[in-house]
Design a binder for this molecule. Structure first.
Ligand code: FE2
Length: 322
């Protein structure tokens, strides 16, 4: 059967032998045919046990079908979409995550962050996790160095972790990851190195400090299907320089965010829409000499202060005896 042509939509289609009473408006007949497909698929999820699963899948089907109807998706375009996702799957492994990249460049990641952002006024704003977080980063002591051999200008990062009520948060688990000065994360190198990532705990007064390297702007991996998408859109792959944070503490909402380097030329055209004004931070440059902790640097170094404010989780009273 030939696909229904967009140009054929106006006018009338003839059902049956062509008698005048058997004709219906073409648009109405076509719409009914399409709605029947959607209704049948929606009904197929009616037996799902989990209400949330059913809600998500039914909504996904409704919106996906509405999208196909709106653009009058051709079979060639459907195949191109399948090919795109197939390529994304083939290029993804435990060190390359093309699907997170796709979510990022489509703004779905930032929309999900916005939907789930805590309502607590004063909490540090969240942003995308990105495709380069990997579990198993090494622990470093307070004041330690997470660079692990990553190339770049030494950078002293310090601040305090507090709740929105101003209370210090001791023992918070602070995980950080970043690119080296060439714009590459450790997982982008084929030699299995671990560098530019690590975690530490905040001190009893909520303070934290560590050495790292000054972050650099970098292009998201654009040698795969997501890169082709950006090229077709006339968009660039660059992200402004940033340092990723993931902060966990009991009783508080987990915070995933970055700090961005003030003055970076890509702040207004981040490929993944992750920049928020409140996260743009001044990085100070220093000549060779001693850092705040007495460490001697024979090359210029950088420092930044970033105070982290966590939103409290809602208090859930426990039943007596539990
Ligand atoms: Fe990043």
């Amino acid at each position: 059967m030939e696909p229904f042509a967009r140009d054929a939509l106006p006018g009338r289609v003839v059902l049956g032998a062509g008698a005048a009473e058997d004709t219906v408006p073409a648009g109405a007949a076509q719409a009914a045919r399409e709605e029947a497909v959607t209704a049948e698929v929606l009904a197929s999820f009616g037996g799902a046990d989990a209400p949330r699963y059913r809600e998500i899948m039914e909504s996904l089907v409704r919106h996906l079908h509405a999208f196909a109807r709106e653009v009058r998706l051709t079979e060639t375009e459907w195949q191109q979409g399948i090919d795109f996702l197939t390529r994304a799957g083939h290029i993804t492994d435990d060190r390359r995550q093309e699907f997170i990249l796709l979510s990022d460049v489509l703004g779905l990641s930032m929309l999900t962050v916005a939907i789930n952002a805590p309502a607590s006024a004063g909490a540090t704003e969240a942003t995308v996790v990105g495709p380069f977080f990997v579990a198993g980063a090494p622990e470093v002591p307070l004041g330690g160095d997470i660079a692990g051999g990553a190339k770049g200008r030494p950078c002293y990062v310090s601040g305090a972790v507090r709740g929105t009520g101003g209370e210090p948060v001791p023992g918070a688990r602070i995980e950080v990851w970043e690119s080296d000065e060439d714009g590459f994360y450790d997982v982008q190198y084929p030699d299995g190195r671990i560098g530019g990532r690590g975690w530490l705990r905040s001190a009893p007064d909520g303070g934290y400090r560590f050495w790292s390297v000054r972050p650099a702007p970098y292009p998201i991996p654009d040698d795969g299907p997501v890169g082709d998408l950006l090229t077709a859109a006339g968009r660039g792959p660059m992200r402004p320089a940033h340092l990723h944070f993931k902060v966990d503490a009991p009783g508080y909402r987990t915070l995933i965010t970055h700090i961005f380097v003030a003055g970076d030329p890509y702040l207004d055209r981040d490929a993944v829409f992750g920049v928020k004004e409140s996260l743009i931070t001044d990085f100070a440059e220093h000549p060779p000499g001693r850092g705040p902790d007495g460490r001697l640097s024979d090359e210029p170094w950088t420092s930044v202060t970033f105070d982290i404010v966590l939103a409290r989780l809602p208090h859930v009273p426990q039943a007596p005896g539990i």
